[in-house]
Design a protein around this ligand. Structure first.
Ligand code: NAD
Ligand code: MG
Length: 395
């Protein structure tokens, strides 16, 4: 078997580390071509020593120098810095598969570079698709890239769709996709306590261990909102064909409903190594390190409607999806700025949705023709969000 050559964008993060854990179990199948990371240089250095990638990519020349010192002398890995280098290692002719696991808008250009180069792209970086879904899907058609969803819900939907699935649900006899979500750490907290929640509380997800940004998105349920937009692009589902179902146990990772009344679901432990192994091995099934599911111990699966008053970010995401064009990119930009401010202690939790809502009101959305339209919307959304933060701070 020839080994798949992998680039892992965001190797030092939660998804990156889980990816390497699966790779470790299959030395006959995978070899590492490039690893990238923007912080946690100690971890990146240890990964380079262990996997001997051809390239490691960091954010700046200063970080490159520090990484070189951490890796030590006479090591074969070549260290590169900057956005161009990320695009290079994502699109190199020496790469087969790219794990897109940078968090946020920073992953957009390298992920798009991998798609344009016709790679097999394992997509964890949902923000990239939310921002530029139309461009992604157009590029995939022309380059022949294969996009495999890593987000557990989309991976579950992918597994529950017919093999010969065509975008546009009707053509495959699918009536709806049912997107499950745990409801996060604040699903049942008394509403009057939400105003004062801390970063630690917001990042303490009941079922999943994840990076800090997505943990906060799960606490506001903006994560589910972004996933609705992600499902729209990946599967050609209209907003009214996507239903969010709160399922606190996180055992069913999502479902597909067919016109004959059948509902297919994918179940498993809440461990990202399952969707990662599914996509890495696809179409084969490979071992992931995740144990078997003890349904007797779980005993009960429960379902609730999402509380849209408690989680206004869900409504904001639907609003952006329905508005179309650059609206999702503006939504994403405002969310990234607001979440970063919350994580820095500069914005109370409940203000995150207020900032995003005000930005959507303020910044006009336009049709997306080229990448610059998306990048411009992203920067206008960020500027407007920063102005909102300044006005909250002085209010
Ligand atoms: P994380 O914060 O743990 O890791 C992020 C990675 O991106 C790190 O390697 C970091 O160095 C890199 N990075 C951050 N900013 C960067 C920048 N400006 N330039 C280049 N690299 C940068 O995040 P994560 O939890 O691993 O999530 C990664 C992506 O996967 C996100 O888009 C998230 O929504 C998605 N995702 C994560 C999970 C999960 O369980 N963690 C589940 C589903 C989807
Ligand atoms: Mg998810």
């Amino acid at each position: 078997m020839t080994r798949q050559r992998l680039t892992i964008l965001g190797a030092t993060g939660s998804i990156g580390v889980s990816t390497l854990d699966v790779v470790d179990r299959h030395p006959d199948r995978f070899e590492i071509f490039a690893l990238t990371g923007s912080s946690q240089l100690d971890r990146l250095a240890a990964q380079c020593r262990r996997y001997n990638p051809k390239y490691a990519v960091v954010g700046s020349l200063q970080s490159a120098q520090k990484l070189a010192e951490l890796i030590g002398l006479n090591h074969p890995t070549e260290i590169l810095a900057g956005l161009d280098a990320l695009e290079t290692v994502a699109s190199s002719s020496e790469v087969d598969t790219v794990m897109a696991a940078i968090v946020g808008a920073a992953g957009l250009k390298p992920t798009l570079a991998a798609v344009k180069a016709g790679k097999r792209v394992l997509l964890a970086n949902k923000e990239a698709l939310v921002m530029a879904g139309h461009l992604f899907m157009t590029e995939i058609k022309s380059s022949g890239a294969k996009l495999l969803p890593i987000d557990s819900e989309h991976n579950a939907i992918f597994q529950s769709l017919p093999h010969a699935f065509e975008s546009g649900l009707e053509r495959s006899g699918v009536s709806r996709v049912l997107l499950t979500g745990s409801g996060g750490p604040f699903r049942t907290m008394p509403l009057d306590q939400l105003a004062a929640v801390t970063v630690e509380q917001a990042c303490a997800h009941p079922n999943w261990v994840m990076g800090r940004k997505i943990s906060v998105d799960s606490a506001t349920m903006m994560n589910k909102g972004l996933e609705v937009i992600e499902a729209h692009w990946l599967f050609g589902a209209r907003p009214d064909q996507i239903e969010i179902i709160v399922h606190p146990q996180s055992v069913i990772h999502s479902m597909v409903e067919y016109v004959d009344g059948s509902v297919l679901a994918q179940l498993g432990h809440p461990d990202m190594r399952t969707p990662i192994a599914h996509a890495l091995g696809y179409p084969d099934r490979i071992e992931s390190g995740v144990g078997s599911l003890d349904l007797f111990r779980i005993a009960q699966l429960t379902f609730e409607k999402p509380d849209l008053a408690r989680f206004p970010c869900i409504g904001l995401a639907y609003r952006a999806l329905e508005a179309g064009g650059t609206a999702p990119a503006i939504l994403n930009a405002a969310n990234e700025v607001a979440v970063a401010a919350f994580l820095d202690g500069r914005l109370p939790f409940l203000r995150i949705a207020d900032v995003i809502s005000a930005v959507l009101d303020e910044v006009p959305h336009v049709i997306v023709n080229v990448l610059e339209d998306v990048l411009h919307a992203d920067s206008r959304g960020r500027d407007a969000a920063q102005r909102q933060l300044a006005s909250w701070a002085t209010a």
